[in-house]
Design a protein around this ligand. Structure first.
Ligand code: F3S
Length: 711
């Protein structure tokens, strides 16, 4: 053990140890393991054996490569360390559960380099952070680790000189080298975009280490102790800086190294008189290790010194034209975050337990799985959320999307209520006296009487159906909402009717559903308005009842024959003018032609017989036989096929007279002995039969028309 005299004092740099990015990554990894039982980091989370051991005790294990991890069990949980990874790794992680602990500052660099411009990175090309950054570049890029490498690159590569390259640095890049690099890049490129992406934590740590080591060097027998791993680039840089200023600088990994021969030799000097010991530590050193080193040294001194603190030293940098102060740029875009604030955030990663979002602030945003809500969220989406908790010390912002969805949804509902808008929602449950409808995550109660289901009906028929509803009551304070499906359908029907009457015209075609049927015709729904198709307009064929041609529920193509907006009545025809049998009859048949016809109706004055479908001819009683007959049924029955001659065609009235007698051999005239009774002429009788039939139909129509429901 080293020996120190009791007048020595120990000063620990304020910012020694974990930076906020590493601290956050350690916590995310521990939390992932706590939730899932175990978690695997892609590469070591930090370059420090003690930190790794602490993580292992918390069931967080490290693998060096992603390939190694991909052989793990399917439900293994992964953690991306603070260094970040390239896009390729994100692609490989698709569908797996992972936590993204990439430091927000590194994440910002990923954004900067992902455009179309060529990129030059100042950093160590083998460092995982640099590999990760390069993995987000889509255009030409190169990596330089010193001003001389940059000079060479720009001398030989014209493309970088002429194409406005983006120049970024590894977050832990040496700030002096960086300043020299900036001079070089300005000399070669007039339009380069320079982002000073060196992390403040590193700059401050290095700056304080420099000052403290200078102070220690000035005190007699002072010792500067740098804690960190020899594999940690930022710890090594810290050591280099301290060593430059203070020759008595030792580099240890933990308290055990205090006992080495080198250190003993070095600490033998200040055995008497006052001396000062400075301690700093790299970004990956756990606080426990710093504490341990401090307490062992304190015990040696035998007078426990208070933790000293140094003034925070910030490099006094004056940026000149062309330089972009990365941290200042980041700061400019920072929003003030507080609980209850509505913010917009970009989705950076999605896993089973949470969504990680970029809020444009130093802290990382997390939306737990049960606060995401129902809407689908994809990587890169900009979503609105509400801040539920801010933890500045740990660098976390907890958010809820569900809550803001609900608030926004309620605002929409209030607007819809005021504007009497019809909304759509899903019936998700049946309750005692109605149903619950969900609209954008908000529940609205629809009483049974407003559900549109008849009293005798079953509300369950609405379950899981999307329904249109209108809000009829709203209580903003109690967030109570009452809706009506009935009112919505009434409103919609009114609107549809108004539109119908505004656009209706004779000849307009519709396809409607047959809603009801009467002996005189059918009623067709034309979209909120019912129109009537009279029996005679249903089909060209002769039918006695609509059911012979159509059925309820059938779709029918109809044409408007006439309408009365005041009485709200529409007469329709389902007859296709193209299929009018008169056209065919006139073209193919003529008077004098002998044809076969089928008796379809018997009347006191004769029989109607079908010549072709839709064309019936009248055989007057006097034209049935050569003999005088008193009753048509003596000679003819419905369904009987007879040979007839077409004796008259009246196209205007669409009437045909036919005769059986005309085809018979002429018979001698019987001698009439009794007084002759004058019979009505064929035409007069035929007309009276047809007119009589029409009157019957019209009377029926008139009767039922009076019964038409008022719309
Ligand atoms: Fe991040 Fe800076 Fe640490 S970049 S990981 S906070 S050193």
């Amino acid at each position: 053990m080293m020996t120190l005299n009791k007048d020595c004092s120990i000063v620990i740099a304020d910012n020694a140890g974990f930076c906020s990015g590493v601290k956050r990554a350690m916590e995310i990894a521990a939390e992932a393991a706590r939730k899932h039982g175990k978690a695997y980091t892609i590469g070591r989370l930090v370059h420090n054996h003690d930190a790794i051991r602490i993580l292992e005790r918390k069931n967080v294990f490290a693998a060096e490569t992603f390939e190694e991890l991909s052989e793990l069990e399917e439900n293994a949980v992964f953690v991306i360390r603070s260094h970040g990874v390239g896009q390729e790794v994100y692609d490989k992680l698709a569908g797996r559960t992972f936590y993204d602990a990439t430091c927000p500052f590194v994440k910002k660099i990923h954004h900067i380099v992902s455009g179309d411009a060529p990129v030059i990175i100042a950093g160590d090309r083998a460092h995982p952070e640099v590999i990760g950054i390069a993995g987000h570049i889509k255009s030409e890029y190169d990596i330089v680790n010193s001003p001389s490498e940059l000079e060479t690159l720009l001398n030989i590569n014209e493309s970088f000189r002429h194409n406005a390259p983006i120049f970024v640095a590894q977050t832990t890049f040496n700030e002096y080298k960086w300043r020299d690099c900036i001079q070089i890049i300005k000399k070669h490129c007039t339009n380069a975009k320079i982002f000073d992406t060196i992390c403040n934590a590193t700059v401050e740590r290095q700056s304080q280490a420099r000052k403290l080591s200078q102070e220690i060097a000035e005190s007699a027998g002072g010792i500067m102790v740098v804690i960190g791993s020899k594999h940690s680039s930022n710890s090594v840089k810290l050591y280099e800086i301290c060593k430059e200023n203070c020759n008595s600088t030792v580099f240890i990994e933990n308290a055990r190294d205090l006992n080495t021969a080198d250190l003993k030799e070095m600490t033998r000097i200040p055995t008497r008189g006052a001396c000062k010991i400075g301690i700093t530590a790299g970004a990956s050193v756990p606080a426990e290790i710093i504490k341990e080193v401090h307490s062992i040294m304190s015990m040696e001194i035998k007078s426990v010194g208070e933790f000293g603190s140094l003034e925070t030293v910030t490099a006094d940098e004056t940026l000149s034209d062309g330089e972009i102060d990365f941290m200042a740029e980041v700061d400019k875009t920072f929003q003030k975050i507080y609980t209850g604030k509505r913010v917009k955030a970009c989705v950076m990663s999605i896993n089973n337990n949470e969504i990680v979002v970029d809020l444009g602030v130093k802290q990382s945003g997390y939306i737990p799985a049960d606060e995401i809500g129902d809407a689908e969220v994809k990587l890169g989406d900009e979503i609105e959320c509400i801040v539920t908790k801010v933890n500045d010390a740990e660098g976390f912002v907890h958010l809820s999307k569900k809550r803001i969805d609900s608030e926004l949804g309620f605002e929409k509902l209030v607007a819809a209520y005021n504007e009497q808008t019809v909304l759509e929602g899903l019936v998700d449950s049946v309750v005692n006296s109605g149903v619950m409808v969900t609209f954008e995550g908000i529940k609205i109660f629809v009483p049974a009487s407003q559900s549109g289901v008849p009293k005798s009906g079953n509300l369950e028929t609405l379950l899981k159906k999307t329904v249109k509803f209108k809000l009829i009551e709203i209580n903003e304070q109690r967030k109570r909402l009452v809706g009506s499906i009935r009112a919505a359908s009434r409103l919609e029907n009114d609107a549809a009717r108004e539109k119908f009457w505004a656009e209706i015209e004779v000849g307009k075609k519709f396809v409607g559903e047959i809603k009801s049927m009467e002996s005189y015709g059918v009623f067709v729904d034309l979209g909120g308005v019912d129109g009537m198709v009279h029996l005679s307009e249903l089909t060209w064929a002769r039918v006695r009842h609509p059911k012979e041609a159509v059925s309820i529920g059938e779709k029918l193509e109809v044409t408007v024959k006439s309408y009365d907006p005041e009485k709200r009545r529409v007469s329709l025809s389902a007859k296709d003018p193209e299929a009018n049998p008169w056209t065919k009859f006139i073209n193919e048949y003529s008077e004098g032609l002998a044809v076969k016809a089928k008796v379809v109706n018997i009347t006191p004055f004769g029989a109607f017989a079908q010549i072709i479908p839709g064309i019936d001819g009248l055989i007057h009683i006097s034209q049935i036989s050569g003999d005088r007959i008193k009753n048509v049924s003596e000679k003819l029955q419905v369904g009987q096929e007879v040979d007839v001659q077409i004796t008259e065609i009246n196209p205007d009235q669409e009437r045909v007279s036919i005769s059986i007698k005309a085809l018979l051999e002429p018979q001698p005239e019987p001698v009439v002995e009794e007084e002759t009774v004058e019979e009505p002429s064929e035409t007069e009788e035929a007309e009276s039969v047809v007119e009589e039939n029409s009157e019957i139909v019209e009377e029926e129509t008139a009767e039922h028309t009076e019964e038409l429901p008022e719309e």
